[in-house]
Design a protein around this ligand. Sequence first.
Ligand code: ADP
Length: 228
Amino acid sequence: MIEFQNVSRVYKNQVRALDDVSFHIAPGEFVFLIGESGAGKSTLIKLLLREEVPNFGKVLYQGNNVASIRARRIPRHRQSMGVVFQDFRLLDDRTVFDNISFALEIFGYPNAQIKRKVADVLELVDLTRKAGSYPNQLSGGERQRVSIARAMVNNPALLIADEPTGNLDPDTSWEILRALRDINNTGTTILMATHASDIVNRMRKRVLELHSGHLVRDEEGGAYSVQA
Ligand code: ADP
């Protein structure tokens, strides 16, 4: 599903954000992307979303070279991935329902279909009863679950979560991890960038660790820190 082949990304200031990074992620995997601030995690995600292109090497998504996607196809490419951010990025003046249906409107679906798709994803994150609420009437965990529902409404094969629990307390973080695990159990691939060591240590999923742009660890069932 995702393949990085000797990928390097050097920014104009000569910072090597990624340096000769290679890995492969199969459909249905749950992968943690870890590394200190500045290690290259966001750059890796931007390369997948085609917000950046590599200077060397190739990024393949579902067999296609992401850098060769034509400009007019880039929106469709991005819609084939769901993305969740640390800061939720919800529209405060729209209800939960409208925040999610917004992501469908550009496709011109009939109303009945929009209603059904939104209802399905709200059920997936257990927020059916909050469809008419506004974001400021929700807890942080509920807001993040709305953003997960929005990311999932187009049925993406991949869900990218960039530090999704960064603004949440430990209990609420687990609420988010349960939602991500349920989504992964339906077959969606999950790539989650995180600093939450307790989550990585308890979930024991595959860990990709970056350090100064180098992939220094690719470990199945790994802990946050390499144990002695
Ligand atoms: P992380 O997400 O792990 O914190 P980033 O991918 O954001 O890491 O950053 C990796 C390195 O690239 C850092 O040294 C950062 O300062 C640098 N960097 C990131 N984006 C840019 C940019 N647009 N221009 C120049 N340098 C950048």
